[in-house]
Ligand binder design. Structure first.
Ligand code: SF4
Length: 92
């Protein structure tokens, strides 16, 4: 009985040695996906507001310096106008 439980422990340890690096690779790849931004065309970005909605009022907008100039976006790549808009707009 003791040998059986020891074998399970070794087996579990060995499977852990295989699973942990695989999980680390998966987490690294999903982190890369989360950090990847989309293109302006993917998000149908425009450099003018859509009604009363514009980037400066969006939770994903990161103001530039000066704040009245172009900034960046957490989702869309490139220079982003505070007066722009895209389909991912989400009010602050
Ligand atoms: S998600 Fe769209 S609307 Fe919001 S800041 Fe980025 S580009 Fe502008």
């Amino acid at each position: 009985m003791k040998d059986s439980s020891e074998k399970m422990t070794r087996r579990q340890a060995l499977s852990g040695l295989i699973v942990l690096p695989a999980m680390a690779g998966f987490l690294a790849s999903t982190a890369g996906i989360a950090e990847a931004k989309g293109s302006k065309s993917q998000y149908k970005y425009q450099d003018h507001p859509n009604g009363g909605h514009k980037c400066s009022g969006c939770r994903f907008f990161q103001p530039g310096k000066p704040a009245s100039g172009n900034g960046s976006c957490q989702l869309v790549s490139g220079s982003i106008s505070p007066n722009g808009w895209c389909i991912a707009y989400a009010a602050k």
